[in-house]
Design a protein around this ligand. Structure first.
Ligand code: PMP
Length: 364
């Protein structure tokens, strides 16, 4: 099955596959955007033309996620990882405790960064099962009056996902880096959401932050400027030069998602894609073993192992020859990981499922 521009089926965990039509539009606008006489890369972020691109991008994200008026959208830099420090720098004061739910490697990194700044209570840590399971957030034991509760919806490395919006008493802070825009979200359940763009939104270098007004107001006095959410909001993400090109490409992806039918359509496609691969795992009679427990399975990153490292290497090598690229799992889980974000074609999952069946028959 041939892909446009001889592209492979790219199962990379991020940066990853983007919609071809968005890439084509970016290509076409590269030298002279919409008759402006210059590339988006070359225009001032403070000029009228870029202002138009920026505000349309922001408005489309607001529309897609149904973001209420009392939340601001920021396009920042430093990756999701920078938020791991920026959040406690702003909201974890002396004498307070922040609660962290650790359901995988990324939640662990968030928790570790917060520990450098203040008091942390770990409300859940799935380490004993090598993060193959997610908790029910509403029945965990939290500390008394936490400054906030942090969790990660989708653990990209382990392939486990919390795909619902919890009702919790404390402000909820959430890393949605690897599943944002894959399902409709009730934004009102969250105080702050952040996500690196390089999975479901666009190129690396842009971090989206969705922040409720009361948190903006709570930024401490004399905060370091680049750590100051309030300053970022007051300057509409342009306190310093924003990642202009990356934001523009995110805007093209948002338009593509809207044209596909929005987040409900993305969710259906994600379920179709992941089911094809999970079913291939199940049908193999134990040749492949899923890492995540069934109720915790991610619809973005499917993780599975094979009987030995040799067999895994052979699988990855032969898959690559079939243009199934980027399937090597992270070393902490081993085996394989198929990252299948919004722009990943469903037929690519069917090709992988067929390949898995053939490979198991030949090597089982
Ligand atoms: N959180 C999650 C869930 C991720 O998947 C990643 C990156 N893979 C990060 C945080 C870190 O993102 P960044 O590299 O943008 O700092």
């Amino acid at each position: 099955m041939s892909q446009p521009y001889s592209r492979v089926f790219n199962f990379s965990a991020g940066p990853c596959t983007l919609p071809v039509s968005a890439l084509e539009e970016a290509r076409d606008g590269m030298l002279n955007w919409n008759g402006s006489g210059m590339s988006v890369m070359e225009m001032s972020h403070r000029g009228k033309v870029y202002e138009g691109i920026f505000s349309e991008t922001e408005a489309n994200l607001r529309k897609l996620l149904g973001i209420p008026e009392n939340y601001k959208i920021l396009f920042l830099q430093g990756g999701a990882s920078f938020q791991n420090t920026m959040i406690p720098m702003n909201y974890l004061r002396e004498g307070q405790t922040a609660d962290y739910v650790v359901s995988g490697a990324w939640g662990k990194k968030s928790q570790e960064a917060a520990k450098l700044i203040g008091n942390v209570h770990t409300a859940f840590d799935g380490k004993a099962g090598n993060y193959n399971d997610v908790p029910d957030l509403e029945s965990l034991q939290y500390s008394d009056d936490p400054a906030y509760i942090h969790f990660t919806t989708n653990e990209t490395i382990h392939g486990v996902e919390i795909a619902s919006d919890p009702s919790l008493k404390a402000p909820v802070v959430c890393d949605m880096s690897s599943d944002i825009l894959s399902r409709p979200v009730d934004i009102s359940k969250y105080a702050l959401i952040y996500a690196g763009a390089q999975k479901n939104m666009g190129p690396a270098g842009v971090t989206v932050v969705i922040i409720r007004d009361d948190l903006v107001a709570k930024v401490p006095e004399k905060q370091h400027p680049m750590m100051d959410y309030k300053l970022m909001v007051e300057n509409d993400s342009m306190y310093n030069t924003p990642p202009c090109w990356g934001i523009y490409v995110c805007g093209l992806v948002y338009k593509w998602v809207i044209a596909q039918g929005g987040l409900a359509a993305m969710n259906k496609l994600a379920k179709d894609r992941s089911s094809l691969i999970y079913e291939a795992v199940e049908a193999s009679g134990g040749f492949y073993k899923g890492h995540a427990l069934p109720a915790s399975r991610s619809i973005m990153n499917v993780t599975f192992t094979l009987g030995s490292d040799e067999l895994t290497d052979k699988f990855i090598k032969e898959a690559k020859a079939e243009k199934l690229d980027g399937l090597k799992g992270h070393r902490s889980v081993g085996g394989c990981r198929a990252s299948i974000y919004n722009a990943f074609p469903v037929e690519g999952c069917q090709v992988l499922a067929n390949f898995m069946e053939d490979f198991a028959a030949k090597n089982g």
